[in-house]
Design a protein. Structure first.
Lengths: 319, 89
């Protein structure tokens, strides 16, 4: 549940918010990632008015209110300050009309003043709220950046996710989070993973214990968040399973409704997982640049076969 | 088989590193999949870092979900560990 007080605590500095009235309503809920300039609603036209949006008063709203008779002003304001209105923000540091202050106090709707313009507030607050309300999930896995590609390593406990990540860090790649990854779905859609604040950049390695990677290898080896480009699942080598041998068909996995390229990577002694993960990362970059090694080779092969076929037909016709 | 139960963190320091390690240790020989839910966060109980991330203080409630053949026994061991305050009593 996201309350006005959380929004105020987190963003008051960034938006330059000052609480002016209606402090009793600070525990109102924000349910929608939407902000609204009530211009038309102030004229008394309320058809289609969505009450659960944060209201922003810009210069025009303030000027318009000033021109109204005091009773009308009060009446129009009371009609838009509904029980589900989260908050009212007055832009550009304008002093709000007396009626707005008293209406907010009466209806227990928090009233703020902000420094920036109404348009600026509309976009900034929409962005902040979208960020807050975006779907998220906590996954078991390790997120690393390999050659700039975000790789989420998954697999059963003790399959060697952390060890693989440690190997990658040692080779100059970066750790985002070990064991627990918070994944958010951003507008686009695309996925961004980060580590929980408390255990950020910490790893648990069996036989050693908890280590702090940022301290051991330096700031260059970590980063706070990263888009998830590929998911690699490590699993113990299973002789019964037929693993991908050509790479012609891309596999995908669904995370929060976004499909992400997926690789199943079997692990057994003698297979250098770190090197394999690097190769997957590089191959992904190559594919992103429009070059698919497997497909390119297959096209070349088909052409060669077709050429031979033609030659053969030519020889047969001559004979 | 799946069992879900709620337990209270009773030891005064909460779920810190040692209790987390003892939970992971007692789960090692067990086959079931074990998850803890605390404050809308669901994590894999076999991962120390995940348990630590919860930073559960004393008197908070943790929902334990165990699924697998040895679910009953696993749940019993876990509940006993929480009850005995991970030997910190």
């Amino acid at each position: 549940m996201y309350l006005v007080k959380h929004f105020y605590e987190q963003h008051s500095k960034y938006l330059g918010l000052v609480l002016l009235a209606g402090s009793a309503g600070l525990s109102r809920k924000i349910n929608k990632a939407e902000v609204h300039r009530p211009g038309l609603s102030l004229t008394g036209y309320l058809k289609g008015f969505v009450p659960a949006r944060i209201l922003i008063f810009g210069k025009q709203e303030i000027e318009f209110l000033r021109e109204l008779e005091p009773e009308v002003r009060m009446e129009r304001l009371s009609s838009i300050l509904t029980p589900s209105t989260p908050a009212v923000i007055v832009a550009r540091g304008f002093p709000p009309p007396k009626e707005l202050i008293s209406a907010c106090d009466k209806a227990n709707v928090p009233l703020f003043r902000a420094t920036s313009t109404a348009t600026n507030l509309l976009s900034r607050i929409t962005f902040l709220l979208l960020e807050e309300f975006c779907p998220s999930v906590t996954l078991h896995g390790t997120l690393v950046e390999v050659f700039g590609v975000g790789v989420l390593i998954q697999g059963e406990s003790s399959v060697g996710k952390s060890e693989a990540a440690l190997g990658l860090i040692e080779r100059g790649h970066r750790l985002i989070s070990d064991d627990v990854v918070r994944v958010k779905r951003k507008e686009g859609p695309y996925l961004v993973g980060s580590g929980p604040e408390l255990t950020r950049h910490l790893m648990e390695i069996r036989g050693i214990g908890i280590i702090n990677v940022a301290h051991l290898y330096g700031a260059v080896c970590v980063r706070p968040d990263k888009g998830i480009d590929i998911v690699v699942k490590l699993e113990e080598w299973d002789d019964q399973h037929f693993y991908d041998r050509v790479g012609l068909d891309d596999k995908f996995i669904d995370i929060l409704g976004v499909s992400v390229p997926f690789h199943l990577l079997p692990v057994k002694p003698g297979r250098d997982v770190v090197l394999l993960l690097e190769t997957i990362g590089l191959n992904h970059r190559l594919k992103d640049m429009g070059y698919n090694s497997a497909k390119e080779f297959n096209t070349k092969l088909l052409e060669t076969i077709a050429k031979r076929q033609k030659k053969r037909v030519g020889i047969e016709n001559r004979a | 088989m799946k069992i879900v139960r709620k337990v209270k963190v009773k030891n005064s320091l909460g779920l810190h590193t040692r209790p987390a390690a003892s939970i992971v240790k007692l789960l090692q020989p067990r086959k079931s999949a074990v998850q803890f839910t605390h404050k809308h966060e669901t994590i894999n109980a076999r991962s120390i870092m995940s348990i630590l991330m919860l930073a559960a203080r004393k008197n908070t409630v943790i929902e334990i979900s165990v699924e697998g053949d040895d679910a009953e026994l696993t749940m019993q061991h876990l509940v006993d560990a929480f009850e005995s305050e991970f030997g910190e009593k």
